[in-house]
Design a protein around this ligand. Sequence first.
Ligand code: BES
Ligand code: ZN
Ligand code: ZN
Length: 497
Amino acid sequence: MEIKVEKGRPEKFPCELLLLFSFESPEQLEGPIRDVDLEWRGFISTLIKQGDFKGELFECRLFYTQEALPAKRVLLTGLGKKGEFDLERWRGAASKAGQYLRNSGMKQFIFPIKKLDGHPEEDLTESFVTGLLLGIYQFNEFKTLERDKIKEIGEGILLAKNDEDIQSITQGLKTGKVISEAVYMARDLVNGPSNQVTPTVLAEKARQIATNHGMEIQVFEVSQAEAMGMGAFTAVAKGSQEPGKFIVLEYNKGKGWGPIALVGKGITFDSGGISIKPSENMERMKDDMSGAAAVLATMQAAARLGFPFHLVGIMPATENLPSGKAYKPGDILKTLSGQTVEVISTDAEGRLILSDALTYSLRYQPKAIIDLATLTGACVVALGDYVIGLLGNDESLLKRIEAASSKTGEKVWRLPLWDEYFDYLKSDVADFRNVGTRAAGAIIGGIFLSKFVEKIPWVHLDMAGPASIEKERPYIPRGGTGAGVRLLIQLLRDWNR
Ligand code: BES
Ligand code: ZN
Ligand code: ZN
């Protein structure tokens, strides 16, 4: 869909469909909806008075104007109670309106943007565009039948009242688009099956981003990683015929702050390896590279938004498969840090590849390390599928993540990293084991990672739950969600404020 900004008045603008929003049982109409109501001889206020449109959250009603307005149709969408309004609801409402008009086959809409409930035009536009685009996302790449039945909106026009509004709406549109396109990219990679989205493809994607945005890129083959001493990453990679790649993407805006290391788990398929997983739901394990997808997407957005930062994206990418060459329970691995790990389960592979990636990140002397990983089923048990587990060793970095989370609506919840939990990882034969108990599994995963970040401020985001979802949410369809992308972008946007 193309979205553009034009100056004009909604009650005078000819179009297929005019989009309007209303709070629940408003005392009086304000802004664009009021202007349209006046021109329409009180049609909307009558609807509301008679209870035909209540304005309940996400309620959608379509009306034909019968030439009473230049717009052929009006779609009214409810925003719920005024006191409960925030930008998260706004993104949801934009999405619901977008889904409604797409599903009814509309190709074009206009939407007048004016300050709402104290939110300025730029913020409203950014959240509107983000909610709308994320809500109408569809993954149709591999559908070949009845492609003509796929519905898409062709064009949206954001109407500005005056020149000043044109400026702020244009800015909000740009930011919203960059963010949504980053999330789209992450979702496409997560939804893409493991026979398409291989480590090689992730590396190619990283190369593309590097070329498009003037970034540095290094892709290490498994043999090179082995020579460098990455005994944990290479142990996992060797079980598969599909070549593993250790990807390092660097965005350096010179004078900027940093570097900040973003480390993403890139297991393109997790069968569990020799400690093989039950086959039920195993297909979901194509999403085990969601961390790497989020890092790639964030790097792209950082460049497009021109962040004044030095960012290093590190993505160890491989399959985790059983084979004659696969690593085995009982194996002892020497990690890049020099520390040794006794493998208890080959299914706890994420922490292994991440251990080498975290150690590698230390070469850049990062001011902060953030890792994203679909690390543990235990985190899903603890927090469900709409909350990211948040663990870390630095209070101010944890607080930054929480602040970004409250703005983007990507929920995070803290889990502790107390020393006592390390007892579970003690090994008789190596420095530690890769698995503790089933109990406190998400925390133990975090404790394991903490052994590879030395004293650098670090947070670990366990997104095993939110990476892909079964039940849609207001602006997140089923499947790969792009979890972590908006959170990281917001974190970086606010870093210097
Ligand atoms: N990729 C999985 C974690 C996962 C599970 C993600 C469910 C999404 C949904 C990870 O590699 C894994 O298998 N973890 C094990 C760790 C255990 C062996 C300590 C797990 O959670 O069972
Ligand atoms: Zn696993
Ligand atoms: Zn995994």
